[in-house]
Design a protein around this ligand. Sequence first.
Ligand code: GLN
Length: 240
Amino acid sequence: MKKNELHILHLYPRDMNIYGDNGNVLAIEHRARKHGLQPIVRKYNQGDRFPRQVDIVIGGGGQDSGQLKVLDDLHRIASKLHKLADSGTPILFVCGLYQLAGHEFVTQGQKNMKGIDLLDIKTKAGDQRLTGNVVATSREFGQLVGYENHSGQTTLGDYAAPLATVIKGVGNNIHDKHEGARQQNIIGTYLHGSFLPKNPKVTDWLIATAIQRKNPDFKLAAIDDALVEQARLITMKRPR
Ligand code: GLN
């Protein structure tokens, strides 16, 4: 186990990659290199062998049909994901996999997709699609920006905390202004965009949390984010 290697497990890139969610993996690779690390990406699709070394898990969103395609396999590897989560591995789930990481997702066609209970959340499709730009404030990460497009409305149970409070857009559901979820070192969010290139504080948190488990002395390098900040400001001013 090399101290500066960062093993990234990318779940279901074939079926769960909507609105550029694969960009989240590119962002981690890019920033990891700037922090002096050596990122190693392992793409995992249904039926693949689950890798032995995993430092970060990333999963994206997809249509209901894509979620159905990965569901059985997700249950097949659920115990491995639970083990990783219980040992403190940082995990990011966006939209479709965020929903399936919870207890259930009931679709508009009343199909009940049972989730893998990693997050204490439940999702039920509403009768409108929630689509548009989002700005939300998080205590841990400051302002988060992204783009949402989902029918599912998610409510949090007692063990999950909201990731952020929505300022523009909808987030988890039309009632409580919550966006996303935090539990253990898992982040769930409805934000695409891609999410991580637009929200480097989250990227750095995932990287630091992963590496400090192997190397407690690891410190993030200072990265000049002036361009990212400009892009974020422009994004925040965009209409819904
Ligand atoms: N199919 C899910 C929904 O519509 C997730 C969509 C997504 O991942 N963007 O709610």
